[in-house]
Design a protein around this ligand. Structure first.
Ligand SMILES: Cc1cc2nc3c(=O)[nH]c(=O)nc-3n(C[C@H](O)[C@H](O)[C@H](O)COP(=O)(O)O)c2cc1C
Length: 373
């Protein structure tokens, strides 16, 4: 479950009561900017729950108008909003749901800190995204925190008055898995983006480390059936050669990768004897590569969408080897102006997984494993 915490925008100092304090003009303008950026980044809360105090309600309404979602006033989000309130209000939500809370400090900052172990102080109009990975304890990961100044910078960047690479990278969302059990950080962080930074080559030492990870994979009879055709983008000719065997849908985004690869498996020994685990072992080696890459902050996107026979012909791959997958590696894009709307949308989409009960059996085929209960 993804939770967005928003602290209300800048409000007038005095009014007839604290309850009636309104947003200032500057507060409204800043929030309108922030809401546009939230929309662009793909925030999709199903509902916005707000404190009843006017400055909070006005904040929620400005965001809701842009994101086209409903606002619900809830007394629990008022002063004193705490972890049990969050748990109670999200009780019937699923792991795939997104919700936004708009309220006050110190509650907002304290909640983010308590849930994630961070030590942040949210500014007025600031936004934090927390992905909850343990519903029982409401523990989560602070995926990002955006200060109002950063929203301003992003708007300027989109109107080409500022570059703001760092700002942009701060808001291109990452997509850690929302898990039911604790996972190694690399496994949780891994996903397959389509927005890579074409200006940032992959260092040779890191590429060698990624390949070394494949080399040390387990394999049936230690046959090590994997082979890799590797093309760093610095070598234009080689890069375009691999790129030319990709299917068109993949070509559009993979052209920004730092390295393109074709993964090949030796399906038959030179004696002609088949290796029935050849693809299993290739996948295992790629799995290791992908995680090793991420340890260097390099993301991988595997592709079945390529023309294996074209690759065989271009590279003269022998008959007892089979080109199985293409892989794009790269650093994530940091310059929003190089990322198309289609790429941004794909990268902002929710990750889906089937439940363990559909894939883990015992006793008989398709019988839900008893230890899952
Ligand atoms: C063998 C394999 C082939 C894939 N082929 C493509 C592809 O041709 N194009 C693409 O955009 N993604 C491709 N993917 C990526 C998957 O769509 C992606 O891994 C899946 O949706 C799960 O998302 P995640 O990796 O972000 O968790 C492929 C992944 C694998 C492992």
């Amino acid at each position: 479950m993804r939770i967005y915490f928003v602290r209300h925008g800048i409000a007038e100092d005095l009014s007839s009561s604290d309850f009636a304090r309104e947003l200032t003009k500057r507060g409204r303008v800043r929030l309108a900017t922030a809401a546009k950026v939230m929309k662009r980044v793909g925030l999709r809360p199903s509902v916005i729950l707000t404190s009843p105090r006017l400055r909070s309600l006005q904040t929620a309404e400005i965001i809701a108008a842009e994101l086209k979602v409903d606002v619900t006033v809830n007394e629990a989000v008022n002063f004193g909003f705490n972890l049990s309130d969050v748990q109670a209000l999200t009780d019937d939500m699923t792991y795939d749901d997104e919700v936004m809370f708009v309220g006050h400090n110190p509650d907002m900052s304290e909640l983010v800190n308590e849930m994630t172990g961070a030590d942040v102080a949210m500014k007025k109009g600031g936004l934090a995204r927390v992905d909850v990975y343990d519903r029982n304890t409401a523990r989560g990961e602070l995926v990002w925190l955006i200060a109002p100044k950063v929203f301003d910078g992003l708007r300027k960047q989109s109107s080409k008055t500022a570059r703001g690479d760092e700002i942009a990278s701060a808001i291109l969302p990452d997509k850690p898995a929302v898990t039911h059990s604790s996972l190694h950080g690399l496994i949780r962080r891994r996903w397959s983006p389509v927005s890579f930074d074409p200006m940032r080559p992959i260092e040779k030492s890191k590429l060698l480390s990624i390949l070394e990870a494949a080399r040390w994979a387990a394999s049936s009879y230690n046959l090590q059936p994997w082979r890799f055709i590797v093309a760093p983008r610095g070598n234009k000719h080689e890069f375009e050669k691999v790129w030319s065997v990709l299917k068109e849908g993949n070509q559009s985004w993979a052209k920004q990768a730092g390295v393109l690869m074709i993964a090949v498996s030796q399906t038959h020994r030179d004696t002609g004897e088949p290796n029935s685990h050849a693809f299993h072992d290739l996948g295992l080696a790629i799995g290791q590569m992908v995680l090793q890459a991420l340890d260097h902050d390099i993301y991988a996107h595997q592709m079945g969408g390529f023309y294996p026979e074209k690759a065989r012909e271009l590279y003269r791959i022998p008959a007892n080897y089979e080109p199985k997958t293409a892989i794009a590696f790269g650093y994530r894009a940091s310059d929003l102006s190089r990322v198309s709307d289609a790429q941004r949308e794909r990268d902002a989409s929710q990750r889906q997984r089937s439940p363990l009960a559909e894939m883990v059996f015992n006793g008989a085929w398709a019988r839900r494993a008893s230890f899952l209960d």
